[in-house]
Structure formats: C-alpha cells, structure tokens
Design a protein around this ligand. Structure first.
Ligand code: SIN
Ligand code: NI
Length: 271
C-alpha cells in the first residue's frame, strides 16, 4: 500500500489530513511537460464551439456569472487530449485513496477561467448540493488543478477545515450569493479560520463536495486557468434532480449513475 501511495506522490498523512479537514494540497501531481501540454489542449477546448461542451460564457459575456467564472463543462467529450488528462490514472487513483471509495467514476470536468480585470470572487459554497446524487455520493470530490501559479491576487482557493462535517446546506447562488455562514451560526464552524492555499502550477488541491470553499477575485491582467475534475464513488445513485450533465441520460431516480459517459477511472479491484 505504501509503495502504491509513493508512486502517486501521496502519503498516509495527506489522506488523514483530507479525511479530517475535507481538503488537501498535493504537490507536483503533474510534470512541467504535462502542464504545458494540458494548457495547450484546454485552450483549444475553450476556443472550440463543441456540440456537447456546455459553456457559461456564451451570450453572457457581461453577465454577473461570467464575472465569477467563465466555464466550459465536459471538455473531455470533445477533445481527445483533454480526455487523457480528465481521465488521468494518477489523479483518479489519488481521488480513490482520499475518498476511501471502492471505485471512482468521472462525473464531469470543467475548465474554470477567472477572467482578468472585472472579476468577482467565487463565494463560499459547497459543491455537493449542485450534483444530482443520493447520499452515497457524499464523498464525491473535486481535483482543482491550476495551469498558472495562483495566489490571493489571481484567484487561489480558501477552505474551511472540517466544514464537510456540516452535512449538506442549501445551495448558494454563485452570482448573487447568500452567506453560507448564516447556516452554521453559533457552531464551531462559524469560528473556524479559512485556510488559503496558494499553489504552483503542477500542484493541485482535492476537496470533498461538502467542504466550504471560496476563490479570490482575479486582480491581474491574465485569466486564471484551472481544470477541475469531479469524481464520485462507484454505486452512487441519481436523485432525480435536473442537471445539465445527467439530463440527456434519462436515468430514473435511484438508478446508479454509470455507463461510458461516467467511466470507472480507478477501483480497488484493479489496483
Ligand atoms: C473557482 O475555481 O473559482 C471555484 C472552484 C470551485 O468552486 O470548486
Ligand atoms: Ni465549488
């Protein structure tokens, strides 16, 4: 087990940190060459008018959502190079170990650009509430992989340690946000200090879908470019809620989310 973790550049301490805090930083997860190639592919994917990829920025370049995030979802379905990175075995293996699931499937990827100048912070929120998954999916998680060095000036992330223990709270509008801390007023979480995570490109964070997180506005002259990959435990069932990723599949509520559009990327059986 330790040998396998070493190959992933992961330690038992990082796994324990993730389980306790709901997020973890993993350094040097991709090489400089991989980051250069991925950056080229993701720029191509952002520029393509793909049939499948859904992009928030289209027709709403001045909208308040666009000022928070210019995003494109499921780049991997239209771009073979992106598919290599979104399904990257090392990233999926790390997600498997952190989550403790028996198998990990891909939910979707998204390119997350924070545009220069006019940008707004990504407000404090949880992710899981947006995903159409029953509870087994509650260990679903995201890898957040910046393609540029990130710090407070261009949109690095902050996390509230232990906030994944709060359970699922109401969804937050990213463009017109409610204050998520109002839902945890008077609890220990209300007093917990956020942890800011500046990153060098090649490093990334993983966060649990229930962890409170935030990203600073981008005050620089260049876009802040991130690939985020969302994974969920194999066996997670659809909860019947409308969602841009699952709607075309016509799953019935209670059915497992599976099939070739949600590939099994890592599993203990195959390890
Ligand atoms: C961001 O990239 O600004 C936010 C990412 C997230 O909400 O997971
Ligand atoms: Ni989020």
């Amino acid at each position: 087990m330790t040998g396998q973790l070493e190959q992933l550049g992961l330690t038992e301490e990082q796994i324990a940190f993730y389980r306790e805090n709901g997020f973890v930083q993993v350094d040097n997860v991709l090489t400089a060459d991989e980051i250069a190639e991925l950056t080229c592919y993701i720029e191509e994917a952002m520029a393509e008018k793909g049939a499948l990829a859904f992009q928030n920025s289209e027709g709403e370049s001045r909208s308040s959502y666009y000022r928070v995030l210019n995003q494109k979802v499921n780049t991997w379905r239209d771009h073979a190079g992106m598919a290599r990175y979104t399904t990257h075995p090392k990233l999926a293996q790390i997600a498997l170990r952190l989550s403790g699931a028996d198998g990990i499937r891909l939910f979707h990827d998204h390119a997350l650009w924070k545009m220069p100048q006019d940008s707004k912070p990504t407000p404090w929120h949880q992710d899981f509430v947006y995903w159409p998954m029953h509870e087994l999916g509650k260990t679903a998680l995201s890898a957040w992989i910046p393609l540029d060095d990130v710090d407070e000036s261009n949109g690095c992330m902050m996390f509230i340690p232990g906030s994944h223990e709060a359970g699922m709270l109401p969804g937050i509008s990213l463009s017109d946000p409610q204050d998520i801390f109002e839902y945890v007023q008077g609890t220990d979480l209300d007093k917990k200090k956020p942890v800011m995570v500046p990153l060098r490109k090649g490093s990334c964070t993983f966060h649990n879908g229930l962890t409170f997180h935030y990203a600073h506005a981008n005050r620089t002259d260049n876009p802040r470019r991130v690939l985020a990959i969302i994974y969920f435990p194999d066996g997670t069932t659809y909860n019947g809620k409308k969602h841009v990723i699952t709607d075309p599949c016509e799953f019935q509520a209670g059915e497992p989310i599976q099939g070739g559009l949600f590939p099994l990327l890592a599993s203990n059986q195959r390890a």
